[in-house]
Design a protein around this ligand. Structure first.
Ligand SMILES: *Cc1c(COP(=O)(O)O)cnc(C)c1O
Length: 471
């Protein structure tokens, strides 16, 4: 019996490969500028990747937010924009897509995720409330605080340990939640802020069992559960892969079940929903929807466009259906994993298990000779850019800022450099280039002496701070 060449090669290398479920129809040229120019660009940007020009970047892994590639169907949808001020046809497509795939009743479009966070926070948080959540996210927590609430972290302990091997590191610790209820009382907790996956913990998922338990716990106390659905498709992939009973279910089926344990969701459509701009709020309670609709006209736009053009809503409606496709989401998460595994094979320290949207280099272990005062994660991002034009971002002592009372740096347990993979944009070959560059700076790491901060803005300093290399 003759075997196909593919099978023979597969056996020879002991593997069977997967490939992206798309082919490329249009390309955007990119180039790596010379090493000399990269050194100059890095110095001019004060060794801060947020201050670099995109044109000087070769492979851009700064963020997966709004950086994905739209499909030919989505671009066709752009031409079908109904730019009526009120009641655009595209709004009804969008409403239908969210109701179909996420299962919520009332839909309010917003310009992006933080617009929806603003509406839900103002609609249901009162001054003095506590909002438990599975780790904070920057904009989510800020909107909860601006509405008068206090965020309380109730994620399981494993999430704070970069090497703890737990399949669902995003889970809520119900004992921590119970302790908060005992301390402040259920009536001062309007909702649990549940995120899947957890961005700041490295893209770690929440299990279906945990969502179900949380729902039962909250039902008894009259506390609601709202979901940050930004990367729920990726979360559903991990459930399908790791949780008993879900192997034969589709991502769409898993998503509907998960959302059924929540009262509503806010969404940054720039992530999973495969568009460059957009967001939405979806809730099941008519009174919450009414409050949010009253506010959306003040801050975003009429409740049938919420800051988006008709064409953007059409591309989003199509992106919602494309993003939930099993082959798409499997290739998306596997590409992230491909990069992570190359690094693990070379014993390069990364946050584990590998999450859904990014690889987080553990800069504390990478530069174990540098103290946090020498900004190891910032240094790593700068060295990576100089080596190969790859742009990453710092998530460590610079991002953590200063303690407002003492004025001293906050020293977070996690000192990370994030490589975020845009959706449907780069190939495995790009991932090889990234991995080999990291390997190169890892091999020469002892020569690296760190950075000194020479300019520090008052707020969110990671965006605009400037540094100099220590020679
Ligand atoms: C990006 C993001 C948001 C905020 O969304 P924007 O569209 O950037 O306003 C909220 N939550 C999570 C988890 C995110 O990653």
């Amino acid at each position: 019996m003759s075997k196909s060449k593919y099978q023979t090669m597969g056996q020879q290398f002991g593997r069977r490969s997967w490939a992206e479920p798309w082919k490329i129809k249009m390309v955007e040229p990119i180039r790596m500028i010379s090493k000399e120019d990269r050194q100059k660009a890095a110095a001019e940007a004060g060794y801060n990747t947020f201050l670099m020009r995109s044109e000087d970047v070769y492979i851009d892994l700064l963020t997966d937010s709004g950086t994905g590639a739209m499909s030919d169907r989505q671009w066709s949808g752009i031409m079908m924009g109904d730019e009526a001020y009120a009641g655009s046809r595209n709004f009804y497509h969008l409403e239908n897509a969210i109701q179909t795939y996420y299962g919520y009743k009332f839909i309010i479009p917003t310009h992006q995720g933080r617009g929806a966070e603003h509406l839900i926070s103002q609609a249901i948080i009162k001054k003095g409330d506590y909002i438990p959540g599975n780790m904070y996210f920057t904009t989510t927590r800020l909107h909860q605080e601006l509405a008068g609430g206090t965020f309380v972290d109730v994620i399981i302990d494993e999430a704070h340990n970069p090497t703890a091997q737990h399949p669902f590191k995003g889970n809520v610790d119900l004992d921590k939640l119970q302790a908060l209820v005992d301390k402040v009382g259920a009536k001062n907790i309007p909702y649990v802020s549940l995120a899947g996956t957890v961005n700041m913990a490295g893209g770690q998922p929440v299990s279906m069992a945990n969502a179900k338990e949380l729902r039962e716990f909250c039902n008894k106390l009259g506390i609601r559960v709202y979901l940050d659905a930004t990367r729920m498709y990726e979360n559903c992939f991990f459930i399908q892969e790791r949780e008993a009973g879900y192997q034969d279910k589709t991502i769409a089926e898993i998503l509907l079940e998960f959302c059924s344990y929540t009262d509503g969701a806010w969404m940054s459509a720039k992530k999973d929903n495969l568009v460059n701009i957009g967001g939405w709020l979806a809730v099941n309670q008519a009174d919450v929807a009414e409050k949010a609709r009253n506010m959306v006209v003040v801050y975003e736009g009429l409740h049938t466009y919420g800051g988006m053009a008709g064409r953007d809503m059409e591309a989003l409606a199509i992106g919602i259906a494309e993003g939930v496709d099993d082959d798409h989401i499997a290739s998306r998460v596997r590409q992230v994993r491909y990069l992570g595994k190359l690094l693990l094979d070379w014993d390069i320290p990364i946050m584990e298990p590998i999450g859904g949207h990014a690889i987080f280099l553990d800069a504390k272990r990478f530069y174990d000779h540098l103290s946090q005062d020498l900004f190891p994660a910032q240094t790593l991002a700068a060295e990576l850019y100089i080596d190969s034009g790859v742009r990453a971002m710092e998530r460590g002592v610079v991002s953590a800022g200063r303690n407002p009372e003492t004025g001293k740096h906050r020293y977070p347990a996690l000192e990370l450099t994030r490589l975020t993979i845009p959706r449907r944009v780069y190939t495995q070959a790009h991932m090889d280039v990234v991995a080999e560059s990291i390997k190169n700076i890892f091999d020469t790491r002892k020569q690296t002496k760190g950075l000194k901060m020479v300019y520090e803005p008052e707020y969110l300093r990671f965006f605009q701070a400037k540094f100099e290399q220590i020679k």
